[in-house]
Design a protein around this ligand. Structure first.
Ligand code: NAP
Ligand code: G4F
Length: 348
């Protein structure tokens, strides 16, 4: 019989890659989605062709990490073997604007799921999406599973609660619960307000004349950036290990925002200094200056390693966004031609 997984945050970057991965492994996947005023399932539509087909192995259920009763019902009804808790208000800058909401979803949401597990009387394996943001103002480099936390944002504080409550449920109730302390991971599906995708979207639109400027904040911060597809493998591997434990997942290389700009604009034969302007609105009240992870433990115990390096990551994002920009340009000029045709004026 196929295994059953429940994924929160299925509509996000990681949720979509993880779902692809699990379906390929033969899992039945249940995904929790939130009601929104417009559809937000773009990243998983290709996996969800016919929701009425009897053999469909992906099912979407309405629920919310802020709504215990929905979680209780979902867990009772789905009885999953594995739960991947990826749902979160995941934007660090935004967490300074909505700290209380972030604490509710990103922090307390985790204990709501853990309590729903107890309420349902089941013993699924549990994955918690912990973050390198926990290391914040880092006390040592590189950061390992033993590095003390120093959270620097409401988001990171909420993730700290989620981390410790996951450890606590493992120790108190013998739950197979793991924290994946994942460093930044990006992709062609990354949200467009995170710095990597903001840069690749803008650079490609600038290249095609669709945009003039790119406004950014702190260019000196350094991140250990990997490819999201590689990182979802690690989530699954953690739940297949003999013992539940916590793991750092990272590439072991760090790069500044400037280096990301060099690579992205350079790939398009552009000089970013001609287009980038600083907008202090994107500064954070407290910044995380440097992240650099040491994933020796994951390599040794799980056999995990990243496959895509920094250069390849930036290139694949730029190539994808260049295609998007070409489509945008083509549809704009089609639209312009249609308007011209209506008014009887045709410019070729
Ligand atoms: P993402 O693209 O922002 O996706 C977040 C997901 O959470 C979306 O599906 C979102 O649903 C869902 N969500 C938000 N509020 C919710 C709520 N109240 N109830 C249920 N679901 C809710 O994030 P990601 O990059 O895939 O990251 C996945 C997880 O890993 C997050 O927990 C993030 O904090 C953590 N993480 C990410 C990174 C990284 O570099 N990407 C690194 C470390 C940890 P909507 O589509 O409806 O908004
Ligand atoms: O791309 P970012 O917004 O990612 P950040 O803050 O590192 O958080 C991401 O990674 C975490 C893992 O460490 C996750 F837990 C979290 O959910 C999220 O996925 O910002 C990266 C850096 C920051 O130092 C920021 O100040 O880029 C700097 N930056 C400079 N200009 C900017 C901008 N960030 C954004 N989002 N937008 C800017 O215009």
């Amino acid at each position: 019989m196929s295994k059953r997984a429940l994924v929160t945050g299925i509509t996000g970057q990681d949720g979509s890659f993880l779902t692809e991965f699990l379906l390929e492994k033969g899992y039945e996947v249940y995904g929790i989605i939130r009601r929104a005023s417009s559809f937000n399932t773009d990243r998983i539509n290709h996996l969800y062709q016919d929701p009425h087909a009897p053999d469909t192995r992906l099912r979407l259920i309405y629920g919310d990490l802020n709504d215990s009763s929905s979680l209780n019902t979902i867990l009772r009804n789905t009885q999953p073997d594995e739960i991947y808790n990826l749902g979160a208000q995941s934007h660090v800058r935004v967490s300074f604007d909505i700290p209380e909401y972030t604490a509710e979803v990103t922090g307390v949401g985790t204990v709501r799921i853990l309590e729903a597990i107890r309420e349902a009387g089941i013993k699924p394996k549990f994955y918690q999406a912990s973050s390198s943001e926990l290391f914040g103002k880092v006390v040592e480099s590189p950061q390992t599973e033993r590095t003390p936390f120093y959270p620097r944002s409401p988001y990171a504080c909420a993730k700290a609660y989620a981390y410790y409550i996951t450890v606590n449920y493992r120790e108190s109730y013998g739950l197979f619960a793991c924290n994946g302390i994942l460093f930044n991971h990006e992709s062609e599906r990354r949200g467009e307000t995170f710095v990597s995708r903001k840069i690749t979207r803008a650079a490609t639109r600038i290249k095609l004349g669709l945009q003039d400027k790119l406004y950014l904040g702190n260019l000196d911060a350094k991140r250990d950036w990997g490819y999201a597809r590689d990182y979802v493998d690690a989530m699954w591997l953690m739940l297949q290990a003999e013992e539940p434990d916590d793991y750092v997942i990272a590439t072991g290389k760090t790069h500044s925002i400037r280096e990301f700009l060099d690579e992205a604009f350079g790939h398009l034969d552009l000089n970013w200094k001609e287009y980038v302007e600083i907008d202090p609105r994107y500064y954070r009240p407290t910044e995380v200056d440097l992240l650099l992870g040491d994933s020796t433990k994951a390599r040794r115990v799980l056999g995990w390693e990243p496959k895509v390096n920094f250069k390849e990551l930036v290139r694949l994002m730029v190539e994808y966004d260049l295609d998007l920009a070409r489509h945008e340009k083509a549809s704009r000029s089609l639209g312009e031609r249609a308007i011209s045709a209506e008014t009887g004026w045709w410019e070729t």
